[in-house]
Design a protein around this ligand. Structure first.
Ligand code: TXA
Ligand code: MG
Length: 320
């Protein structure tokens, strides 16, 4: 379908209370009209997502953002000027228009303006903010291509195909507090960059027992086979039935049955773009287990390691 027609069709579906999967610069989202609780309930059903995990609401302009938050907050404008459209979700107090099902009953809402022309056109033509989690089954690997969505969610009524996404890792999620902000999920936008925009803010020290972001659980992004992080424990093992997700071009790659390269030149932005596709490819490949190289935890490498640790968590802890 021609792009204009595809957007019109998808926008009509959103207005009718149906679900649409759409590309953003980070990962594909599974969207519904944020002000329609029945439509939003279908997101949870299709994803098999537990009701405690709140959704991000996507907007195309600052008026829509203001229509969701309880107070006007100058920091939203400052952050928006610098980072929107882009991979930053800002969690603020919500107003009464936002249905409880969107925020899992929390009094806060996560807002983001995605940096993707098709997403922005969809939201504009639908004339409503769109609530959307990543378009994968709960706990599974996030989708960076339309075919990843189609494989995991065959029942989604419509997928807008925008090709591979250009950032590849979900947005950074921050919670604004009166006295600063908390990074709830690392992404392409770092705490340091945020501090430059709102210099009076500081990162609050998080207490272990504070349950800031209900969706941030230890096991996530899991391939349906054993996955391990780092080659060091496997030095003397037979790797010929394994898959390697490689950082750079390590010598030991030749010992594996299959190799997916995150970035042959060790470029972390490129690695972020390739990460989820590498996991999807290994999940489908004829390999018995997956070993992923670790990447340096700086810049977007922090977010890459966050995702890799969660993807390997089940097997590190012998759960299934
Ligand atoms: O890049 C992204 O953010 C993608 C694209 C589609 O925009 N979306 C995405 O959504 O990753 P999802 O649902 O897979 O992850 C949203 C995360 C969850 O960990 C959730 O718990 C957290 O954001 N979150 C959403 N609203 C929140 C709130 N009010 N308070 C705390 N955490 C919140
Ligand atoms: Mg997700």
């Amino acid at each position: 379908m021609q792009t204009g027609k595809a957007i019109q069709h998808a926008a009509r579906l959103i207005r009718e209370g149906k679900l649409v999967a759409f590309p953003t610069e980070t990962v594909y989202g599974l969207g519904a009209n944020a002000f329609n609780p029945d439509a939003v309930a279908n997101i949870f059903r299709l994803k098999e997502r537990p009701s405690f995990d709140p959704l991000i609401v996507h907007v195309a302009n600052l008026e829509q953002a203001a229509s969701l938050s309880k107070h006007s907050d100058d920091r939203i404008r400052l952050l928006a000027e610098k980072f929107w459209p882009g991979p930053l979700t800002i969690v603020v107090e919500k107003n009464e228009r936002v249905p409880d099902i969107v925020t899992s009953g929390l009094n806060t809402v996560g807002i983001r303006m995605p940096d993707h022309p098709l997403a922005l056109r969809l939201i504009s033509e639908a004339q409503t903010p769109i609530a959307a989690p990543s378009a994968n089954k709960f706990g599974r690997i996030s989708p960076t291509r339309a075919e990843h969505v189609a494989n995991q969610l065959p029942d989604v009524p419509y997928i807008i195909d925008g090709g591979p996404t250009t950032v590849g890792i979900e947005s950074s999620v921050i919670r604004l507090h009166d006295d600063g902000f908390v990074m709830l999920r690392p992404g392409a936008v770092s705490s340091e960059e945020i501090k430059k925009v709102i210099p009076e803010s500081h990162i609050r020290i998080e207490k272990e027992d504070e349950f800031h972001s209900p969706g941030q659980i230890k096991s996530h992004y899991s391939p349906q086979k054993s996955m391990f992080l780092g080659i060091s424990d496997f030095n003397d093992s037979d790797l010929s039935n394994g898959g390697l997700i490689a950082w750079g071009t390590p010598e030991y790659a030749s010992k594996f049955k299959k190799v997916e390269y995150l970035s042959k030149t060790r470029n972390s932005e490129e690695a972020a773009i390739n990460l989820f596709n590498a996991l999807h490819t290994m999940e489908a490949a004829d390999v018995e287990f997956i070993i992923a190289d670790t990447v340096p935890e700086e810049g977007i490498g922090i977010a890459i390691m966050d995702r890799l640790k969660k993807a390997a968590y089940r097997h590190r802890n012998n759960a299934s």
